[in-house]
Design a protein around this ligand. Structure first.
Ligand code: NI
Length: 136
């Protein structure tokens, strides 16, 4: 029997969506206001879910304190109050869309949890727009 446990987290960050090898006009056509050269911010809401068997000894899938600390060190300290394009190495050449941010978060957290646990990242860029990534 597998069960999913989740923890919610939050960070504020700025970004700009553009491709350096496209003209401003093409970037404007594809990304609209998100291509603002002066950047803009979002209040990102993050839900990190871990699915696995309940440990017979502890009764846990994962110690939530441990998950909290991983999210803090890998996501909050790396992204909160940062300009994703400028301050975060992963986005030097990767467009910081919600999709790409979710994949980066997945790849940062995955090595820190037991291999037999499944990881799922849901990232809200706005209250209405969110993406989910489960690896693969
Ligand atoms: Ni944006």
């Amino acid at each position: 029997m597998k069960i999913k446990v989740s923890r919610r987290a939050h960070f504020n960050a700025a970004h700009r969506l553009y491709k350096a090898d496209w003209s401003f006009e093409k970037n404007d056509a594809v990304f609209g206001k998100c291509n603002n050269p002066n950047f803009h911010g979002h209040n990102y809401e993050l839900i990190v879910s871990v699915t696995g068997e309940i440990d017979k000894e502890t009764g846990y899938v994962i110690d939530m304190k441990e998950l909290k600390d991983i999210i803090k060190s890998e996501v909050e300290e790396a992204f909160d109050h940062k300009n994703l394009n400028v301050d975060v190495p992963e986005f030097k050449t990767l467009n910081p869309t919600a999709e790409n941010i979710a994949v980066v978060i997945y790849n940062k957290i995955k090595p820190h949890i037991e291999q037999d646990l499944e990881l799922e990242i849901t990232l809200y860029e706005t209250p209405r727009n969110f993406v989910t990534y489960c690896g693969g």
